[in-house]
Ligand binder design. Structure first.
Ligand SMILES: [Zn+2]
Length: 307
């Protein structure tokens, strides 16, 4: 069953944070976590295996910064294909033979395009296409273009994924709650209705949100509900585990699994078909989500038998 077929049948569980888990595993701030797919594959595998064991149906590859433009900042531009291929292989191995979906992860290229920045649209397009091709050729079940704030970059990512032959393309925006707390939009001023309609129009198969500032489970639920008003496509949410705080010179996130888990069923009820979590979340968060989703599924099965 493909990811798109599965998500239409039942809610799927995504995974949790990779970046903060890499730090716990010894990656230093500012170093290249994606290069670990080649230099420390066993550490990446150990993190993803914990997510698989916690019950994830979908695992994102450790390739957030795996585009040529991002890798070039760390002197790894010649490793694009290898880093992304290894990323898919490690995520697949994490499932240890059981069925699961590997989602090839493409994060922002990390700069601005002309006329605001130094990068031409063509450079970004080529970088995303090269990365998407490596991920698809290695066997990724889907491509996610994530933590996006601008529709221009998102569109380039979606088109690259399509050109690479991705069977399923997920577009995922990062929203920030506004200063007065009344609503949320991306850093570039995009709201969920506009993003959702735009993604459907440009050929995404799943409309998602992840990360962002102040986007807790309740806000993520609002974003999903707002997506649902403009599109009938499958929806996905990966909120952060609360807010980052500095404790003993270490960044920690303040929402425990038991705080986040209450938001899982409301997310499903609002229309989310894939639920995971972003920065600061851990295998414990994902395990709690698994229990909430399973409880909900068995409740539904009970109701069906009594009907
Ligand atoms: Zn995040």
């Amino acid at each position: 069953m493909t990811l798109l077929e599965a998500v239409k049948q039942r809610p799927l569980l995504g995974d949790g944070a990779m970046g903060t888990q890499l730090m716990i595993a010894g990656l230093e701030q500012g170093n290249c976590g994606e290069a670990w797919n080649l230099t420390h594959p066993e550490r990446v595998l150990a993190i993803q295996r914990r997510y698989a064991e916690a019950g994830s149906d979908c695992i994102l590859t450790n390739t957030f910064g795996g585009s040529r433009i991002m890798l070039n900042r760390h002197g790894h531009a010649s490793d694009v294909a290898a880093v992304n291929r290894a990323g898919v292989a490690i995520a697949r191995e994490a499932f240890a033979g059981r069925p699961g979906y590997v989602i090839g992860d493409i994060g922002p290229f990390g700069g601005l395009m002309e006329p605001y920045g130094d990068f031409t649209e063509r450079e970004v397009r080529e970088a995303f296409l090269e990365q998407a091709r490596a991920l698809v050729d290695a066997g990724a079940d889907a491509i996610i273009i994530e933590t996006q704030t601008s529709l221009e970059e998102l569109q380039i990512g979606i088109e690259a994924a399509r050109e690479a032959g991705a069977a399923c393309i997920i577009g995922s925006m990062a929203y920030d709650v506004t200063l007065d707390g009344s609503t949320f939009r991306t850093m570039m001023g995009v709201d969920p209705e506009r993003a959702g309609a735009f993604m459907e129009e440009h050929g995404a198969h799943v409309i998602a949100l992840n990360c962002g500032t102040g986007m807790d489970m309740a806000r993520a639920r609002d974003a999903i509900a707002r997506y649902r008003r403009v599109s009938a496509l499958p929806l996905m949410a990966q909120p952060n585990a609360g807010q980052p705080k500095l404790v003993n010179m270490k960044v920690v996130y303040d929402e425990a699994p038991e705080q986040m888990v209450g938001g899982v069923v409301p997310l499903i009820e609002a229309g989310a078909g894939i639920i995971g979590a972003c920065c600061g979340s851990t295998p414990d968060h994902i395990r709690a989500f698994r229990q909430a989703i399973d409880a909900r599924l068995s409740e539904r099965a009970c109701k069906d038998t009594h009907a």
